[in-house]
Structures are given as structure tokens and as C-alpha cells.
Design a protein around this ligand. Structure first.
Ligand SMILES: Cc1ncc(COP(=O)(O)O)c(C=O)c1O
Length: 438
């Protein structure tokens, strides 16, 4: 009998994160100032972020030690299981093996605390009293509120208005962990008031919410800002999930042929794939790496590569990324965490080097895949995660057509237990598909 769940013992928890930056021949283009266009020295970024986060951001060490206190707190839910989707394989009648890394196991239900925890820890170490942040679907805001309780840091969350209205229980969750929550754009910041003047009925975007959160961090010395995606240090923290996956696949005696993840800013996908890059870039292994996006916000598939602001209000530094433009307002699709105009600079480089492929799906296709998954593997995924599931199903069907015994691994970035209004909309036929033609 083979195991359906491949588990690691807590003593096997990775002791360091994986940093991909030393793998690149050329350094990544640095963040630049939006007005002067000069590179921003790391010290200046420390006005917004905890210092240690910035050190990790620019580190050239391949492995970065996980502080003891962070490791202890990871043990609340880590290591997470790697699960073989045997029922789905049977239903699809595919020769492919499908595995998913179950990141829905964390207290808020997604991969997001993997970086919220070290970011909060570093902030506390440096005397920060309050962390501000933005959240789309609410997963990131709830993750940071949860980690705020672990290290006794106040958390203030600007939640994108359309998601605030669609996902009321995320708000309650953030408040249950003592977080403060404000729908964005709000009239509590300069940036928010400007967005509201431009369009009082706006759905809001992650870019707008970032402007509001960064503004508060710039105004006060004991307040810092925490970003849940995009930046190097965020993807590096998320590598814990990929490192565990690598160990678990080794335990199962298989090597991946295809790695899949959904992409908003790129953190869960980056976390899964980065530790495998050593094998691909240095070891010459052949792994298909697939980034999945919504057709309403196809940043990697249809965006341009250039410097752009990380936020809509032009307060943040500019980053070199694939972008649809910082003023782009994506349609209010249910995968709120995928409504971001840009992509992580690390993924930008990987796409340029030809190591990853991007594809985009309309939301009804992803909900159909989610239903098939829920009715075979039983877990009900977050709408973001459903994008990865749709791609995994398509890859398994392709393997069937080509009669190939592939191993497909995807990251199950979060559960959908608070996304029932999205499922209601799908089940009652109210979902609309949106295609962005960049
Ligand atoms: C469950 C889930 N998956 C994926 C994402 C996308 O973010 P990222 O691309 O940073 O993993 C989010 C963002 O909120 C999310 O909540």
C-alpha cells in the first residue's frame, strides 16, 4: 500500500531558506527612485521595511538561517503535508502522478504566514510597534494579524474594497487576531482620499491599498510596512514550502516533471519552484515550470517588462517587473489575491531566462476545476489556488493523450473555506469571465 500523504517530522523542518539570487550570472536590476530614477540604496529601504528584511532582500548567500524563534513558531502548522491526488488521477484516467503541497494547513489557511512570521519577528527585534499592510482576498491580512499575535506587534490592514465586501469573514478573522482593518481606498490617508476623489465608487486595487499602508509607515518611526508578495525576501521565506516539497518527493522516490503554482505577485509559486532551480540551472534537469494567472490580470502572460511602481499612488520605489501598469484596475474577480498589476523581479528574471512558462485561465474554468477537485480530493480550494488546479488537470490530461507517466506537483496555496460567496456565484451561474488584452 502506498501512502497518500507524505509527511515530514517536525525535526525535519528546513533550518534555512533558499536564496536564488546567487544562481543568476547578472544581479537583478535594483529598485529605483520614481522621480530621480536612481538606484535606491538598501539603507533607504529600511525607512519602510525592517532592516533584516532588506538584508535578506539583497543577500548573496545561497542558504539563509531561519531564526530559532521563527522555527519554533513555524511548528504551529509546519511541515505541511504533500498529498498524492490519487482520486483525481483515477477520475482523469491519467498515467500522471499528481501531488499537491497543502498550504491550507496554516491557521489563516494559506502559505502567507511563511513570510508574515519572519517579517513580524524582525520588526519586533528592531522595536517596531505597528506593521501596516494591504490585503486582497484577506489571506495576507489575516496571516499578518495572526503572526502579530505571536510576536506582540500591532497590525493595521488596508483591505481592497471589493474583497472587503465579498469576504466579510476574513474581516472577522483579522479582528479576532486583534488586527485593525480599513477598507481601501479609505479617507484615512492622503493617498486614499486622492483615489476616492478620482473615483468614489472604485473597487480598489492592491496597488491602492499598498499606497495607503506605505504612507503610514513613512509617517512614523515605530511603524513599518510589510509586503506579502513580490519582493525577493518574501519569495525567499516562502522557499520553506518548496524545500519541504523537495524532501517529501525524495521520500516518495519521485522527481517532478512539472511544477505549477498560481501567480499574483509570485510568492507561493516562487516558494515552490526556487529550491528546484539549482537542479534545473546547475544540474541541467528538465522540469516544466508553469505560472498560472487569471485572464483578467495576465501580468506575466501579457504584461510588458519595465520599471514600474509597486503601488498605484506612486509612493513606493519602482521595480523591474512584468507589469500591466500601476494604474490598471483589474475586474473584481473572486481570486482577489491574483489582482495585482506586477510580478516579482525574481520571476521576471526566470521568465527572461526561459525557465518558466505563463498561462492564463478565465475564472469559470478555474471554478469548474475546483469543483472537480472538491468532488475527488475533497478539499475546497481558494479561488486563487483553483488556477493551479486547472493547470494541473490540463497537464494530467495532456499526459494521458501522450501516454506519459509524468509527475505533476502543484502548490495548494490556500483553502476556500471563507470563499463561499465565490462558490455561490459560480453555482448560481452568475460568474462572468473577463479577458484583459494588453
Ligand atoms: C490563497 C492564495 N493563493 C495565492 C495568492 C497569490 O499571491 P502570491 O502570488 O504572492 O502567492 C494569494 C494572495 O492573496 C492567496 O491568498
Amino acid at each position: 500500500m502506498t501512502n497518500k500523504m507524505i509527511n515530514l517530522d517536525q525535526t525535519e523542518l528546513p533550518k534555512s531558506w533558499f536564496n536564488p539570487l546567487p544562481l543568476f550570472d547578472e544581479p537583478l536590476p535594483p529598485p529605483i527612485d520614481g522621480i530621480s530614477k536612481d538606484p535606491i540604496p538598501p539603507e533607504d529601504l529600511a525607512k519602510i521595511f525592517p532592516k533584516r528584511s532588506i538584508e535578506v532582500e539583497v543577500s548573496q548567500e545561497r542558504r539563509i538561517d531561519i531564526p530559532e524563534e521563527v522555527s519554533e513558531a513555524y511548528k504551529i502548522w509546519r511541515p505541511t503535508p504533500l498529498i498524492r491526488a490519487t482520486n483525481l488521477e483515477r477520475e482523469l484516467d491519467t498515467p500522471a502522478k499528481i501531488y499537491f503541497k497543502y498550504e491550507g494547513a496554516s491557521p489563516p489557511g494559506s502559505h502567507k504566514p511563511n513570510t508574515a512570521l519572519p517579517q513580524t519577528y524582525y520588526a519586533k527585534q528592531e522595536g517596531t510597534k505597528t506593521l501596516t499592510t494591504e490585503t486582497g482576498a484577506g489571506q495576507w491580512g489575516s496571516a499578518l494579524s495572526f503572526t502579530g499575535t505571536q510576536f506582540d506587534v500591532n497590525v493595521k490592514v488596508f483591505m481592497v474594497r471589493v474583497s472587503y465586501d465579498q469576504k466579510p469573514y476574513r474581516k472577522s478573522m483579522i479582528q479576532s487576531w486583534d488586527g485593525e482593518i480599513v477598507p481601501s481606498p479609505s479617507d484615512t490617508t492622503k493617498a486614499g482620499r486622492t483615489f476616492l476623489e478620482q473615483d468614489p465608487d472604485t473597487d480598489g486595487t492592491l496597488g491602492m491599498a499598498i499606497s495607503e499602508a506605505v504612507e503610514l509607515a513613512l509617517e512614523s518611526d515605530d511603524t513599518k510596512y510589510s509586503l506579502g508578495s513580490v519582493l525577493n525576501h518574501v519569495l525567499i521565506h516562502q522557499s520553506i514550502l518548496g524545500l519541504e516539497t523537495k524532501d517529501q518527493l525524495e521520500k516518495a522516490g519521485v522527481k517532478p516533471d512539472v511544477l505549477i503554482g498560481c501567480v499574483g505577485g509570485g510568492s507561493n509559486f516562487g516558494g515552490l519552484i526556487l529550491p528546484f532551480l539549482e537542479d534545473v540551472i546547475e544540474g541541467g534537469e528538465d522540469i516544466d515550470v508553469i505560472a498560472v494567472e487569471p485572464t483578467a490580470c495576465p501580468t506575466l502572460s501579457k504584461g510588458d517588462e519595465r520599471y514600474d511602481y509597486a503601488d498605484s499612488g506612486e509612493i513606493t520605489p519602482m521595480l523591474n517587473m512584468y507589469t500591466l501598469g500601476h494604474n490598471f484596475v483589474p475586474a473584481g474577480i473572486h481570486a482577489g489575491g491574483l489582482r495585482y498589476h506586477g510580478t516579482a523581479p525574481i520571476l521576471t528574471r526566470l521568465k527572461d531566462l526561459g525557465y518558466l512558462k505563463a498561462r492564463a485561465y478565465p475564472q469559470t474554468d478555474t471554478f469548474e476545476a475546483a469543483m472537480q477537485f472538491a468532488n475527488t480530493e475533497a478539499y475546497i480550494p481558494a479561488p486563487e489556488t483553483s488556477h493551479a488546479i486547472k493547470a494541473a488537470i490540463d497537464e494530467a490530461l495532456k499526459a494521458k493523450e501522450e501516454n506519459e507517466e509524468k509527475t505533476i506537483v502543484f502548490n495548494y496555496s490556500g483553502h476556500g473555506n471563507f470563499d463561499m460567496s465565490a462558490y455561490d456565484a459560480y453555482l448560481s451561474g452568475e460568474l462572468e469571465d473577463v479577458y484583459h488584452e494588453a
